[in-house]
Design a protein around this ligand. Structure first.
Ligand SMILES: Nc1ncnc2c1ncn2[C@@H]1O[C@H](COP(=O)(O)OP(=O)(O)OP(=O)(O)O)[C@@H](O)[C@H]1O
Ligand SMILES: [Mg+2]
Length: 271
């Protein structure tokens, strides 16, 4: 099982959009995929219709699948600090992968992790029993550089960083690089440009320059796209909204590059 964390210290850069589309792209390869929504804003949970009363996943234990009396999904906060089983919290989506949805307890993850012993290792420990059930776990994390971010980075094999081509683009790559360097086992980093509008000179310059000057930056550009905006109204990955759109094709390429960056470890953990 491989773990890909979509992370940035910046908000609103396309992390949830990316996490959702990467999970959907990987599921198209017949991989067993779980998207874990760690953000209290619950954007991925909402996009995937996993709020309310979602369908149990086949990865759930039998009592939950059959809706037996007393069988309950544990709050995410308990799962993260090792007091609840991750598998019991997952639900199915219509898009070929499962989601571990955010709930009200996601607001307390930072505090719970900061108070726990072995903060950094907690998430990795919570995820590892899922290896029997999934080939890939995608973590959608909130924008931060604190306890949850450290735990996400410790768990990840690869950190994926979406970068809008604004003036602060370089800075956001440096900030995530620094976070990774603080980790004892730094994961690989894959940055890519997103929300690119080629009518703007500044965006065209970024597309020409940044992949050359930033070694972690993939040569893939996700355009600013109406298809991506419609993910919010149709509540589905871009492949369900507009499968042949330039944005959908770009996200397939992001997944291709991610898979390649995971490749050195692939043989042992991912198949
Ligand atoms: N390529 C794109 N084209 C057009 N709109 C986009 C694109 N990518 C993301 N967006 C829009 O930008 C907004 C922010 O995206 P998203 O929620 O994925 O960012 P985020 O980094 O997860 O935000 P947060 O930090 O709040 O969790 C959303 O409304 C989304 O639809
Ligand atoms: Mg988000």
């Amino acid at each position: 099982m491989k773990i890909v964390a979509v992370h940035s210290v910046k908000g609103g850069v396309g992390k949830t959009t990316t996490a959702t589309n990467l999970a959907a792209a990987a599921a198209r390869d017949d991989s067993r995929v779980l998207l874990w929504d760690l953000d209290p804003q619950a954007g991925a949970t909402w996009l995937l219709g996993a709020d309310g009363d979602p369908t149990p996943s086949s990865a759930n234990p039998k009592d939950l699948r059959k809706g037996k009396k007393g069988a309950q999904r544990p709050p995410v906060r308990e799962v993260v600090i090792g007091e609840g089983e991750a598998r019991r919290a997952v639900v199915a989506t219509e898009h070929g992968f499962d989601v571990l949805p955010a709930d009200a307890s996601n607001r307390h993850l930072e505090v719970a992790l900061a108070a726990a012993k072995r903060t950094r290792k907690r998430l990795a420990e919570a995820v590892s029993p899922l290896a029997k059930h999934y080939d890939l776990v995608v973590l959608d994390s909130p924008p931060s550089s604190s306890a949850l971010a450290a735990s996400v980075i410790r768990a990840a094999d690869l950190v994926v960083l979406p970068v809008p081509p604004a003036g602060l683009a370089l800075r956001s790559v440096e900030q995530v690089r620094m976070l990774l360097e603080e980790s004892k086992h730094p994961p690989a980093l894959l940055a890519f440009l997103t929300m690119v509008d080629r009518r703007k000179a500044e965006h065209r310059e970024a597309v020409a320059e940044l992949p050359r000057s930033i070694p972690e930056m993939a040569d893939v550009v996700v355009p600013s796209s109406v298809a991506v905006e419609r993910m919010g109204t149709q509540r589905a990955p871009v492949f369900a909204v507009a499968p042949r759109s330039p944005a959908a094709l770009a996200y397939l390429r992001v997944w291709d590059v991610a898979r390649l960056r995971l490749a050195p470890q692939v043989r042992s953990k991912y198949h």
